[in-house]
Ligand binder design. Sequence first.
Ligand SMILES: Cc1cc2nc3c(=O)[nH]c(=O)nc-3n(C[C@H](O)[C@H](O)[C@H](O)COP(=O)(O)OP(=O)(O)OC[C@H]3O[C@@H](n4cnc5c(N)ncnc54)[C@H](O)[C@@H]3O)c2cc1C
Length: 439
Amino acid sequence: MGAVTLLPAARRDNGWFETLPEVPPAAPLVGAVDADVVVVGAGFTGLAAARRLGELRPDARILLLEAGRIGNGAAGRSSGFGIDHAHNVRSEGFADAAEYEKQQIALNRAGLAYLEEAVTTHGIDCDWSWAGKVHAACTPRGAADLEHFTASLDRIDEPYEVLDADAMADRLGIDHYTHGVHTPGTALMQPAALCRGLAAAMPANVVVHEETPVTWMDAGRPHELWTDGGNVRTPEVLLANNGYLAGFGYYRHHLIPVVTWGSMTRPLTDDEMAAIGGPRTWGVIPAAPSGTTVRRLADGRILVRNVYSYSRHSLADGRRRQRAGRSHRRAFEARFPMLAHVPFEYTWGGPLSMARNGEPVFGRLDDGVHAAGVHNGTGLSRGIVCGKLVAEMMCGQGSDLLDAMVARGRPNRNVPDPILGWGVDLYAQRLRLRSGREM
Ligand SMILES: Cc1cc2nc3c(=O)[nH]c(=O)nc-3n(C[C@H](O)[C@H](O)[C@H](O)COP(=O)(O)OP(=O)(O)OC[C@H]3O[C@@H](n4cnc5c(N)ncnc54)[C@H](O)[C@@H]3O)c2cc1C
C-alpha cells in the first residue's frame, strides 16, 4: 500500500444536507493516535459497522474517519428509500431462485430493523416512515414491467397492492401514472438527517472524525493510516468507502463507478400543495429501468432522481450537471404540470459503485483489513446490514445472515477503460431510450 489514489470531492450542493439545521464544525483527526479498529468512510455501511463494533467491543477504541461531512456523501445524497426487496422489476431472474431472493430480502429487512432500532432508541429526527414504495408506470411497456414484477412477488409470497389510474391519482394527487403497485416494506426518510443522527448517537467508545480523508496507508499489522493532519496506528481496518476502495488498491479493475443525480424544489406554498392534494408524503420508484424516482417530502418539497453516467472520478459538474438538471425539469413538469413554475433549489450528483455481476465486496481482504461495499442499488438497507455483519465477522460472531453474505460471489473483472466507460454510457443510453415517457 501507499498513497490512496482515489478520493471523494467535497461539494455543497446536496439539498438534503443543505436544508438541515447548521451542522457544527468538523473535528478532523489531529496528531498521532492509536486505535483498536479504524473504519474508513461514514456512509450507511461505515456508520452501521462503527455502531456495531462499539456495541460488541465496548472496551475497544474505535475510530470512524470520513473524508467529508457526514450526510454529504453518497448516503446523504440518496433518495432515502430503505428498500426491503429488489426493485429491479425487469430482472429476468427475479424470483427464479425463490429461496435466494427470500434470503436477500431477509438481509435487507435485518438492515432496516437495525436502523429503525437506532432511530427509535435515539429519537433520530429524520422523517422516518414505513410508507412503502409505489412502483409506477405511465406507458404500456411500464405496465407490462409491473405485471412481471407482481408475478415475481407472487412466487416469493410477498404482499402488494395493485393500483389503477384512479387509485394512483388518489394516492399521489397527480394523474400522470396509469398503473401502480404498492409494496409495504420500504421505509422512507431524510437520508442526510439519518446519517448525522447515527453519527451523533454512536456508542461512547467510537470517536468520529469528519473532514479526515485517509490519503496514505502503510499496511502492517499494525497498519498506519495517514490523513492531512494526523496518523493512526491500528491492528484492524475496515474499508467502508464503497467505490473508493479501488483507491486503496482493492478491486481496481472490478468496480463500475457511476454517478446518478437528484434535484429538489423549494418548499411548495399552501396553494401549490392544495393543487396536489394537500400535505402528504410518498415515494415512487419507476417501473422502467432508467425512469424517474419521485418523492413528495414532509417539508413540502418535491425530489426527482434520474440519469446515470459513468465517472471514474465522480465528475459531477458542468455539462453533466446541466444535462441532469434539464432531464429532472422535464420529468418534474410532466408529472406536476400545475407546478411548472416551481424552481429547483438544488441539483446534485452522487457516486455509486456497481459490479457487472451484481456481487458485493464483503469480508476479509488482507491480514487485519476487511471491507464491505458495492451494494448495487439498495445500498441503504444493504449497506446497513453489511456494515453490521462485517463488524460481527470481525468480532467472531456468526449468524445465518453472515453466512449468506460470505457465500455471495465477488465482483468480476471489467474490460479496461476507456472501453468500460463507453460500454456503460451506451448501456445507460439504451435504458434511457427504452424508458421513453417513464423518464
Ligand atoms: C442520487 C442517489 C440516489 C440514491 N437513492 C438511493 C435510495 O433511495 N435507496 C438506496 O438504497 N440507495 C440509494 N442510492 C445508493 C446509495 O446512496 C449507496 O448505495 C450507499 O450510499 C452506499 O453506502 P456506503 O456506506 O457503502 O457508501 P457511501 O455512502 O458512498 O459512503 C462511503 C463514504 O466513504 C467516504 N470515503 C471515501 N474515501 C475515503 C477516504 N479515503 N477516507 C475517508 N473517507 C472516505 C466517502 O466520503 C463516503 O462518505 C442512491 C445514490 C445516489 C447517488
